[in-house]
Design a protein around this ligand. Structure first.
Ligand code: SAH
Length: 392
């Protein structure tokens, strides 16, 4: 299994290295390694996340070489002669970014949450939900398995806003992961103080996934009682200044959200300087105050991806798992064909998966992780995408 192609280092300019991928040159920032020209490395999010010995890189490249060319042909064919909004967006994606598709792993390590976001199934006041927390050791082991056995090069560690994980506990977890796993480590744990996030940064965490949920201030306050949009945005900006790669975005189709507001959401995401857009459809959960309101329509979700792509042609845009809940068979595929170019695969230990129920159907069909990976790679291949993140 392979989510990244090793690149050969052809130039070193301070902490910027140039990597060659079958004749394509990309740059990446190097903060953690000492390299010599001719060595091989893995990049994620424009950052070098791993070194690979030539002995291992060469067979990996050999295996990639033929597929790489074939996949590009399929991708070009599917993007040819666009006829509508989504096809045009897909053609833009093809033109600007080629066929590379980031595939990140995600581990949902706790479904306890102090908040009561109206839309969210793991909100504190949902007493029907069975709660779980993974121990420090269990979290590190799960990440170790995802990186060193399954081959992921970027890992999201997500939870509700759960104070049980004190700064000290999280530092242990992050240090444990950094010791064992060469990967881009992405935290998605909600709001913590900037000084806490700085400590994680100093330990090597380089990315944060934190959606601002909606750019409409009044709607935000209504949907997230006790919280202020400005505080979340301040934190996001502070993290950006610290050097974090940001993944952020919003919910599509929240009750009371206008179409203009969604366009403003797209612009706000871009203005934060995100590494990756992460937005997805609102899905109504029966055990929340929004139970009786309809989920977002698939068409609206796909059109939003297309509009974001057309406005920001160079963006990385995630096809979120919520799309799979709306359409199990074609949700992700249609999103990738509407301009998205990133995916996440849930690698939470199967016994916990059903309980991270932010929306119904989130993990209704718990499948064997390796099978899920196979299905995802097959989907990507069927539309000519290479599961890789080459660099900038
Ligand atoms: N505590 C973390 C993770 C929250 S859960 C944080 O605050 O960032 C991750 C995301 O799930 C949320 O940001 C929200 O956008 C999404 N989500 C929650 N409920 C949802 C629902 N009913 N439908 C679709 N997405 C939902």
């Amino acid at each position: 299994m392979c989510y990244a192609i090793p690149g050969k280092i052809t130039k070193i300019d301070g902490n910027i290295v140039t990597l060659d991928y079958f004749g394509e040159e990309r740059r990446a920032r190097n903060e953690f390694y000492q390299f010599a020209l001719g060595e091989y490395a893995y990049a994620q999010g424009g950052l070098i996340v791993g070194r690979i010995r030539e002995k291992e890189a060469l067979p990996a490249l050999e295996a990639w070489k033929e597929v790489f060319v074939k996949l590009k042909e399929v991708d070009r064919r599917l993007a040819f002669n666009p006829k509508d909004l989504r096809q045009t967006a897909n053609a833009e994606r093809q033109k600007h970014l080629g066929n590379a598709c980031c595939v990140h792993g995600i581990i949902e390590f706790s479904n306890y949450c102090a908040n009561n976001c109206l839309y969210c199934g793991i909100q504190n006041s949902n007493k029907k939900l069975k709660r779980y927390r993974m121990s420090e050791e269990e979290i590190v082991d799960a990440c170790d398995y995802a990186v060193n056995k399954l081959g992921f090069k970027a890992m999201v560690m997500q939870s509700g806003e759960d104070g049980w994980y004190t700064e000290e506990k999280l530092i242990n977890i992050v240090s444990g992961i950094r010791k064992k796993c060469e990967c881009l480590l992405i935290l998605s744990i909600g709001e913590r103080s900037a000084s806490t996030y700085k400590k994680f940064y100093d330990l090597g965490v380089r990315a944060a996934l934190l959606r601002f949920e909606t750019s409409d201030e009044a709607l935000y306050t209504k949907m997230r009682p006790g919280h202020k949009l400005q505080a979340r945005l301040n934190l996001l900006r502070e993290l950006g200044r610290m050097g974090y790669l940001l993944m952020s975005g919003f919910l599509i189709g929240l009750p009371g959200q206008s179409e203009d507001s969604i366009m403003a959401d797209i612009d706000l995401t871009a203005s934060l300087g995100v590494e990756m857009f992460s937005f997805g459809p609102f899905i109504s959960h029966p055990d929340t105050p929004l139970a009786k309101l309809p989920s977002a329509a698939m068409d609206m979700a796909l059109d939003t991806i297309a509009k974001a792509r057309l406005k920001y042609p160079d963006a990385k845009i995630l096809a979120t798992t919520a799309l799979e809940s709306l359409d199990k068979i074609n949700g992700l595929k249609n999103a990738l064909l509407a301009g998205a170019n990133s995916l996440m695969i849930n690698v939470t230990p199967p016994k916990h998966q059903p309980f991270y129920e932010i929306y119904p159907g989130h993990s209704a069909k718990v499948v064997d992780v390796e099978k899920k990976i196979e299905e995802t790679i097959a989907l990507l291949r069927s539309i000519g995408r290479a599961p890789a993140d080459l660099g900038i």
